[in-house]
Design a protein around this ligand. Structure first.
Ligand code: HEM
Length: 699
């Protein structure tokens, strides 16, 4: 009996291995025929067991000789962001394939290739199978392709109007003022450390999309509810306000609580089937399941009420939130039930993805902009000078969308947003494919005619394209903090550094930017009413990147629907935060306020440098993707202080560098390997060359 079992096990192993080898052979032949540079790896990065379990294998893999494990980097979900343009430089090609038994992936940071792929929508569709988990409320514009996507896109793009952007502007200003007040304290002096910037910007964005998206205003929590846990210990009560009072009849949670619970547990919602989630014991699963139903029910009620209000003529004529427009156009203006209208579950599905796509991305931009500005006091002063010129002392209550937004867009605020998105694009690998039955596709790669094999997963590598030295103007590195911003990438130039000034084309003699005469009109592609915006991502007054080299909002037909929405929101918030205040790194870990007061600038520079190093380390090793790229490994504490009362001089980094000439190096570490351990900054000697062998292995 035992021998039969052994034989069966043996045969199964042989079968699996043979199967793998045959599939690998087939894929290698296709890659060879493609004419595209390729690298053979043992695992397909989308393999479920690898996605979930690769970290568990790291301790074992680290024990093996490095030359056996060079492939690991090429199978990690975010390696093109971890290594940035360096991957492509060391591989020697701006576009390459990885070939494994499980499938092929084409990585590219080559602007003409990216541009061709985003333009040829039918030839390079999105691999929709990776999005199915986003369908929890219904099919939608993000998760579909082909004709179904066209139907969703046609339905969802009309509500994104200039009128809606006015709502976004007003609500963003209102929310940003409330957020700032909660940070600077009762006396407005900002003696308190804020360590919840990421959470608060998320809340702000969610509140903006709730108001401008569904006409549902959410208020900032009062100071009594800041950072208290609810009775179950489950959710931070600072996220909700007046929970008991706000629970609508027939509900068990308030709307605000439901949306926070839903989004806080988004991975559970995506990964577990609904029947399983409802059966798992424990407060987290229970609340997650409850929140799913509660938020869905709130939104269904909202849909029914909106529909009834519009039909009975009760609804205000000038209601420009997205949901009202969607209901009007999709559920009411049926026009004898035209073909292609959305059904109710699809409207709900779209509302959900708009919340999801819209809140985290915009929140990240505000959060990272503040973080970079805290590290760059001189840039912050420039921004403030610009804001002085734009607003001439007018308070936010007197700001006007039509007059002030173009100036923000074409000035330092616009440059800061553009630069932040260049460095930390929320989607680091925009997915395309030759799947969905489209077959092999001709494509010019590296100037030569190639054939992308069928069933190839394609990743448009934003992190690398945004730092491609052949396509971006570069300057010498400024060596922030005394060493390169990234241990291996772009160590000879400043593309890893935050320098919004690179976007400014015109400056006034006094150092402020010339304000723009107008914001570029959204130029919509004629074809199909799909709301495809052909205008540039940045103002006409700012540097215009080569097509395909800058795609924080993606490009072409599947480009972001909420681009203008997000830009309006982020610029309005930046303006509110920095008009009269400055952001500084909180250094509580290293010195008290009293100690700091007694220090001279040299001593302050030592303290500031330590706090800055913590942030830079977090930006290097603490970023990760769940839905979007975010800081996952900790939080950065800040202080917002009145403008002019900053504790550190603007040239604080320069002071530190002047005092430490010996520690300034631009050598980097050639063998830096993110999965194999923390980067060693000091020396490159003896470090293994991660990509060297792979280069020769190809072809
Ligand atoms: C800074 C903020 C934002 C950034 C950087 C951003 C970026 C992106 C990117 C890269 C894509 C393409 C994703 C892919 O192909 O997989 C995308 C798609 C999309 N975004 Fe955004 N987004 C932002 C804000 C928003 C906002 C505020 C909304 C809505 C309120 C929104 C709605 C959408 C939708 C609906 C799509 C899918 C479009 C389609 O496939 O036709 N986004 N966004």
């Amino acid at each position: 009996m035992a021998s039969v079992i052994l034989l069966a096990v043996g045969l199964s192993i042989v079968y699996v291995l043979t199967n793998h080898l045959l599939r690998l052979r087939k894929n290698v032949l296709a890659a060879r025929k493609s004419g595209i540079h390729y690298i053979v790896v043992p695992v397909y990065f989308m393999e479920r067991w690898w996605l979930i379990g690769h970290r568990l294998l790291f301790p074992l893999l680290k024990k093996l000789p490095r030359s056996w494990t060079r492939w690991v980097d090429f199978t990690l979900p975010e390696f093109t962001f971890d290594y940035r343009h360096e991957v492509f430089k060391r591989v020697g090609h701006d576009t390459f394939l990885t070939v494994s038994p499980g499938g092929m992936v084409m990585y590219t940071c080559e602007p003409p290739v990216i541009s061709a792929i985003t333009t040829r929508r039918n030839d390079f569709p999105k691999p929709t199978h990776i999005y199915t988990s986003l369908d929890i409320y219904g099919k939608n514009v993000v998760t579909t392709e082909g004709d179904v996507w066209r139907k969703h896109r046609k339905a969802t793009s009309p509500p994104f109007t200039e009128k809606n952007n006015h709502l976004v502007w007003d609500e963003s200003i209102r929310q940003a003022q409330a957020m700032l007040s909660s940070w600077v304290g009762q006396d407005g002096q900002g003696h308190q450390t804020v360590d919840r910037l990421m959470d608060d910007t998320m809340r702000l964005s969610l509140n903006v999309i709730s108001a401008a998206g569904f006409g549902r205003r959410m208020d900032w929590p009062t100071s009594e509810t800041q950072s208290r846990e609810d009775e179950t210990g489950y959710i931070d009560q600072s996220k909700i306000k007046n929970e008991n009072r706000d629970i609508d009849p027939g509900h068990t949670m308030s709307y605000t609580y439901a949306i926070h619970c839903l989004l806080d547990n988004i991975l559970l919602q995506f990964l577990l089937p609904r029947w399983l989630l409802s059966k798992i014991p424990g407060v987290t699963a229970k609340k997650a399941n409850e929140a799913y139903h509660e938020w869905g029910n709130y939104m269904r009620e909202l849909l029914i009420n909106k529909k009834a209000d519009i039909e009975s003529g009760v609804a205000e004529k000038e209601t420009n939130d997205i949901l009202t427009q969607l209901v009007k156009q999709q559920l009411i203006d049926t026009d004898a039930k035209k073909n292609g209208q959305l059904i109710e579950s699809e409207v709900l599905g779209n509302i959900f993805v708009l919340v999801l796509a819209g809140h985290e991305t915009a929140a990240n931009s505000i959060h990272f902009s503040a973080l970079y500005l805290a590290l760059a006091p001189e840039t912050q002063r420039r921004l403030q000078k610009d804001l002085e010129q734009i607003f001439q002392g007018r308070p936010p209550s007197e700001w006007e969308y039509d007059r002030d937004l173009p100036s923000l867009f074409g000035g330092m605020a616009g440059a800061i947003l553009a630069e932040e998105l260049r460095l930390v694009p929320p989607v680091v690998g925009i997915p395309k494919s030759t799947m969905e039955g489209v077959g092999p596709q001709k494509l010019t790669v590296g100037g030569k005619e190639c054939l992308v094999p069928a069933n190839t997963y394609i990743s448009l590598c934003t992190g690398a394209a945004h730092r491609h030295p052949d396509y971006w103007p570069t300057a010498k590195p400024r060596l922030a903090g005394g060493h390169t911003a990234h241990p291996i990438a772009n160590i000879d130039n400043d593309l890893e550094e935050f320098r919004p000034e690179r976007w400014l084309l015109s400056e006034s003699p006094d150092g402020t930017t010339r304000t723009a005469d107008g914001i570029p009109i959204e130029t919509l592609a004629k074809e199909d009413d799909l709301g495809v915006n052909e205008s540039s991502d940045t103002s006409d007054r700012l540097f215009k990147p080569v097509k395909g080299s800058y795609l924080p909002f993606s490009d072409g037909y599947r480009a972001c629907l909420g681009r203008r929405f997000a830009q309006v929101e982020v610029l309005a918030v930046i303006a509110v935060l920095f008009q009269n205040h400055s952001v500084e790194l909180a250094v509580d870990k290293y010195a008290t306020d009293d100690e700091l007061k007694k220090m001279n600038n040299d001593e302050k520079a030592e303290i500031w440098h330590k706090a800055a190093e913590d942030v830079r380390e977090l930006m290097l090793n603490g970023l990760g993707v769940i839905i979007t790229l975010q800081i996952r490994g900790g939080t950065v504490p800040f202080r917002f202080v009145p403008k002019g009362q900053e504790k550190f001089p603007d040239n604080i980094d320069e002071i530190w560098k002047k005092n430490h000439p010996d520690q300034i190096s631009n050598k980097g570490v050639p063998g830096w390997s993110s999965w194999a351990g923390a980067p060693q900054r000091e020396s490159g000697s003896g470090a293994f060359d991660l990509f060297g062998a792979l280069k020769s292995q190809a072809k």
